[in-house]
Design a protein around this ligand. Structure first.
Ligand code: AHM
Ligand code: MG
Length: 333
């Protein structure tokens, strides 16, 4: 799918139209997406200047996931928290980089909104100028009467908006909000605005491209090995692309067709991808674009989270390919 440039549909116009079409439902969601857009511009600017501004390398800290925190991870996380703190339009934010959910002061009626975020996905690619991005999901909690966030978490099929950015050769912002289709905006550096370039994205149902870290092959279970054998040799002209940034591999799959896999392996019984910050938001978006999202054994969107940082085996891609993968798991379990 190629871009359709339309100078007059800016992100601002698009969100204003969505609000007008359905004021009660959309207003809050559109405002949150607008603030996310602002944050992405800020992070992009820092990504571009990272190696000149001393923002490459790690901070020396280890996050709740047991991974080294990069300076840009920390910057991106802080930007999300600070800007949403000021905006006062969500009650809670929870991030891959923070141990605990953060409660934000907000205006009345916004308390139930929870934002989940992977502030900087693809951390290992920061220092080498390879595409990275941010991922977000938005939920409206049933109530705020809970003592532990685990009581309030909802499955991905309850998301009311989700999306991601790419800090690559351009800044792209792709998102979905309740009642709308999936749309991709590209940042126009000269005008300082996001412009709609990929309206109503639908993922091709078939593709020969697959993305997986095949170095883990010997640590996968038999059904997973069969799945990847099928992707590699069971179809004509199959080919691999693996950037190692989920957002980048996902984006290519969404526009060109393909499938991204991060299965469980020995030592990582749930794989690596985090349900709340990565898998669920992208699963929702790709499903809205006509694709599939599974662990192989269950639909990602049906998983009820039991802990904020839990992981799940993640397979996201073209509908027919994902259906075939599910069949192979079913028949080999
Ligand atoms: P991150 O959010 O800390 O960057 O980790 C998630 C990333 C994904 O973006 C990517 O697909 C995967 O980890 C790569 O992992 P591996 O190096 O094991 O292939
Ligand atoms: Mg990530």
């Amino acid at each position: 799918m190629g871009p359709v440039i339309s100078d007059n549909i800016t992100l601002e116009n698009y969100l204003a139209d969505a609000e007008n079409a359905s004021p009660e439902n959309q207003s809050q969601i559109a405002q949150v997406v607008g603030v996310v857009g602002k944050i992405l511009k800020r992070i992009y600017k820092s990504v571009q200047r990272a190696s000149l501004a001393g923002l490459t390398g790690d901070t020396g800290a280890i996050n709740i996931q047991g991974e080294e925190v990069q300076k840009l991870d920390e910057f991106a996380n802080q930007t999300f928290v600070d800007v949403f703190k000021q905006a006062g339009i969500i009650g809670y934010i929870i991030s891959e980089e923070m141990n605990e959910v953060v409660r934000l002061d907000c205006r009345e009626g916004s308390e139930n909104y929870l934002l989940t975020v992977d502030p900087l996905d693809g951390s290992s690619n920061i220092d080498v100028n390879v595409t990275i991005g941010s991922i977000f999901g938005l939920y409206k909690l049933d109530n705020t009467d809970w003592s532990d966030i685990r009581e309030a978490l909802q499955p991905g099929n309850k998301l009311i908006a989700s999306g991601y950015s790419l800090y690559g050769s351009a800044l792209d912002f792709v998102f979905w909000m309740r009642g709308s289709t999936v749309n991709g905006f590209v940042y126009d550096i000269d005008g300082g605005e996001f412009i709609l370039a990929y309206p109503d994205i639908k993922i091709p149902t078939e593709s020969r491209i697959y993305s997986v870290n095949a170095a883990n092959y010997e640590f996968w279970d038999k059904p997973t090995q069969k799945v990847v054998d099928y992707l590699r040799t069971g179809r004509k002209e199959s080919t691999t692309r693996y950037v190692g940034s989920l957002v980048a591999d996902f984006h290519r799959s969404l526009l060109k067709g393909g499938v991204y896999l991060y299965p469980a392996h020995d030592g990582a019984p749930c794989g690596k991808i985090r349900l709340l910050y990565e898998a669920a938001p992208l699963a929702k978006l790709i499903t809205e674009a006509g694709g599939g999202a599974t662990t192989g054994r269950e639909k990602i969107l049906d998983i009820a989270p039991t802990a904020p940082h839990q992981r799940c085996p993640t397979i996201l891609g073209s509908a027919k390919v994902v259906a075939e993968i599910e069949r192979i798991y079913r028949e080999n379990n």
